[in-house]
Design a protein around this ligand. Sequence first.
Ligand SMILES: N[C@@H](CCC(=O)N[C@@H](CS)C(=O)NCC(=O)O)C(=O)O
Length: 104
Amino acid sequence: MITVYGAPGWGSAISELMLTLAEIPYQFDNVDGFDKPGPQQERLRSINPLCQVPTLQLDDGSVMTETAAIALMILDKRPDLAPPVGTPEREQFWRLLVWLVANV
Ligand SMILES: N[C@@H](CCC(=O)N[C@@H](CS)C(=O)NCC(=O)O)C(=O)O
């Protein structure tokens, strides 16, 4: 099962939201306090040297970061969640996805 390393009130909520909408099971590992020196920070840093949330650990143990990449990974599993290729709605979908990641 995918593990989402995140913290309440931080941007990891976007990955949780996307996984939930896609009905992909995940477990949440709360690394609250990762932004300050301490054991939570060291724990997250051992998985992701950037020490940022969201950090996902996938079924095969590999590490996935970057909210846009996580969105695209989910879309590969659930292509029905985005407008069809070749439609104007698809272009607006890309636009809003990039806006979300850059601004939220
Ligand atoms: N490029 C990353 C950025 C992740 C990011 O900046 N996360 C913030 C929290 S929402 C963070 O971990 N900040 C702490 C830090 O950068 O030290 C993404 O799109 O997921």
